[in-house]
Write a protein that binds this ligand. Sequence first.
Ligand code: UGA
Length: 447
Amino acid sequence: MALKITVIGTGYLGATHAAAMAELGFEVLALDIVREKIEMLERGETPMYEPGLEELLRRHVAGFEGSSGRLRFTQDWAEVGAFGDVHFVCVNTPQKHGEYACDMSYVESAVASLAPHLTRPALVVGKSTVPVGSADRLARTIAALAPVGEEAELAWNPEFLREGFAVQDTLHPDRIVVGVRSERAETLLRQVYETPVAEGTPFVVTDFPTAELVKTSANSFLATKISFINAMAEVCEAADGDVAKLAEAIGYDDRIGKKFLRAGIGFGGGCLPKDIRAFMARAGELGADQALTFLREIDSVNMRQRGRMVELARQELGGGSFLGKRIAVLGATFKPDSDDVRDSPALNVAGQIHLQGGQVTVYDPKGMENARRLFPTLGYADSALDAVRGADAVLHLTEWREFRDLDPAALGEVATDRLILDGRNALDPELWRKAGWTYRAMGRPTA
Ligand code: UGA
């Protein structure tokens, strides 16, 4: 008989995972403690912008014409316990206020709410990003609270999806990692992921701590790559080198690879920054803090880029204060194809200039609403052209395709000064220079 799946927590990870499980052919029941989130999903809408996700939901949410009807929602823990063979825990683990460690309260409360309703054999599968050692503790919670006793167990199955590619990454992951303690758990997870495994996705079986560590170490590695190239950008600048050429050239070495070597204002978002901090905090608890002190440097190289962008803008505007200067900011989200502004380097730079007296006008294709909510005192425009109108400098801070497709000549007509600062090293310098713009980017030579 086909497995029945539940998904607990319908944020980014959970909503995508639930829809993907329905797409793979399973009956899915998803729970969230926030009523409004469920009501939105039931209407086939998502609280965030994620390409392809609404279409996928509408293909499966019960009640849509032509939908498979395989995806339903609830707020009833007893219903979840009675329904599921496999329960995926997909709640978030944000950074704790004022601390590096992550806040495990959502995960803990999800497991504690579910466990007393495990009245039939079930596998609880953690997907949230957690400090190593959490799975072992949560397994003990389940053992203590599940009425079905040993027939309820835990597995850990970290998620590697990227915002902007969430659907693709969930349906066709580049690897599946499962931390398990029994053959039964492994067999169930092989059944769940039968389709991607048949397509060739590697299936890596580990113990609990390794599965937890795979996730945090992967994100730490990615963060390290970005900060590495940003450190090289600082050196290039001091030595008159060109970091974009440098990245291209080292990237041809396939041991290094060319991805995640785009220098600029650095990484942000809801994952990389908080994950490397939580990892350092956890290593400290384990007495292994020395092993991760380099992450402190990765974090500080990254945070420094935001300030360096502000200084580049100040310098190009004549070196004085920002008072009376009009700055157009293209991009507010932490990366393109997302409306997520959490710890966004773009908004951070815009905010710093604004707080130093600059008149900042922001435009972003999808992030306007979230940016306005977070930073209501910035100016906002309805298009790139409107943002640039009258600007003394244009800052390109999130590399949306729409910005690469802009016509520098048309923008030049409305700008006060033709000064473009590319904080993402993603625009074509030649194109902008030909249209009379001064193009500057971090780690790149002046023309
Ligand atoms: C990241 C990881 O890439 C995913 O594998 C992981 O599953 C996810 O975190 C998570 O833990 O949930 P995401 O936060 O969506 O995914 O964003 P990334 O694509 O990793 O980009 C992170 C930041 O790095 C962005 O601000 C981006 O602009 C920046 N970046 C990326 C650079 O500055 N340079 C680069 O070369 C690449």
